[in-house]
Design a protein around this ligand. Structure first.
Ligand SMILES: [Fe+2]
Length: 345
């Protein structure tokens, strides 16, 4: 496994680059905007293809690198269902898995620091975001933070992991890089409490100043969706209502770019072919299934995904590959459902 802990000294943020092999797919957790050049350089040096960028929660102390990395690499952006970010490519809820080639992260909903905070468990280690820090816990005094929820997330979820589980937080201001669940149980001063009341009392009286970047970071992190005006202007975006009239036409091939788990959880539009977004590139090149389908039958490829972001990037890629009749459903399955579109039985 390739595992890199990367540090932004301005905000004290740890970001994590994960991959199972050189030459394969990579995932980045909690990237910082200003470090995008560094991440891209490292990806090139390690011969990795970034396919997913994940934020554990909506950050208040730095601007996320999710949008920038998506624009540079066409990767999938991921946050939790509860996030107030305008658009991410994919949303997860408790119990979902975020996968890339050879690796799987289990999403654990651990609210408290914010109401959209997730931790991600990967085998012997857990990425705790700002829920559990090394010898600390994430503040709970803004962004719908709640000390009681944080207590439950820590005592009811994270501390139930094996004591040997490695703890990799999203921040550290003292220079510590890693801890374990057992170590935090024993030595984290915030966890030496006898009740949820005592914990809430402790957290409610920290009297911390707001993060310096908060007024900039929070609005920026709530507006990270892909700019799609150009795609619409070129006529590559189909409104959900118009798409309903196209489904079933003999000259249209409907392509679902989501993952199997999303199809199972949210349903699918009937008659769609399943081509997960990470495998798109090989499928739209000469010799690929979609390329040959479009070229041999003259069918128009109509892509869709969850919120219209993966499909917008797919249209761009397909157009670049010479599949000039390609288009996508604006707003994805979410838009489709809102427009009254039916799902396959
Ligand atoms: Fe945070």
């Amino acid at each position: 496994m390739i595992f890199r802990q990367l540090f932004d000294s301005v905000s004290g943020t740890y970001s994590y680059l994960l991959a199972s092999r050189h030459g394969g797919e990579a995932l980045i957790l909690d990237p910082v905007l200003e470090k995008a050049d560094r991440y891209c350089q490292l990806l090139r040096e390690l011969d990795l293809r970034l396919v997913k960028a994940v934020d554990t929660h909506l950050h208040a102390d730095h601007v996320t690198g999710l949008g920038e990395l998506r624009d540079r690499t066409r990767c999938i952006t991921i946050m939790g269902d509860q996030s107030k970010a305008d658009v991410v490519s994919m949303r997860v809820s408790d119990g979902d898995q975020v996968t890339i080639e050879g690796l799987a992260l289990d999403a654990m909903y651990t609210p408290g620091h914010t109401d959209d905070s997730y931790s991600y468990l990967m085998g012997d280690r857990v990425f705790t975001g700002d829920t559990l820090l090394i010898r600390g816990t994430g503040r709970t005094d803004f962004q719908n933070g709640d000390p009681r929820a944080e207590y439950e997330s820590i005592f009811g979820r994270l501390l139930n992991l094996p004591d040997t589980t490695l703890v990799y937080p999203a921040h550290d201001y003292k220079g510590d890089t890693v801890s374990t669940i057992g170590e935090e149980k024993a030595f984290n001063p915030r966890l030496q409490v006898k009740s949820v009341e005592e914990f809430a009392d402790l957290m409610n009286n920290l009297d911390l100043p707001n993060p310096k970047m908060m007024d900039v970071a929070v609005p920026a992190n709530m507006k990270i969706g892909l700019a799609q005006e150009e795609i619409a202007r070129r006529g590559w975006a189909v409104k959900a209502l118009d798409a309903q009239r196209m489904i079933g036409l003999s000259d249209v091939a409907l392509i679902d770019l989501r993952e199997r788990s999303e199809r199972e959880r949210h349903g699918e539009i009937s008659g769609s072919m399943h081509v997960p977004y990470p495998s798109l590139k090989e499928n739209i090149q000469s010799g690929g299934i979609l390329y040959e389908l479009a070229k041999s039958t003259g069918k128009r490829l109509l892509f869709y995904c969850a919120y219209g972001e993966r499909s917008a990037m797919a249209v761009q890629a397909a157009q670049e590959a010479g599949l000039t009749a390609s288009c996508h459903i604006d707003g994805g399955l979410d838009g489709w459902k809102k427009a009254g579109g039916r799902l396959a039985q």
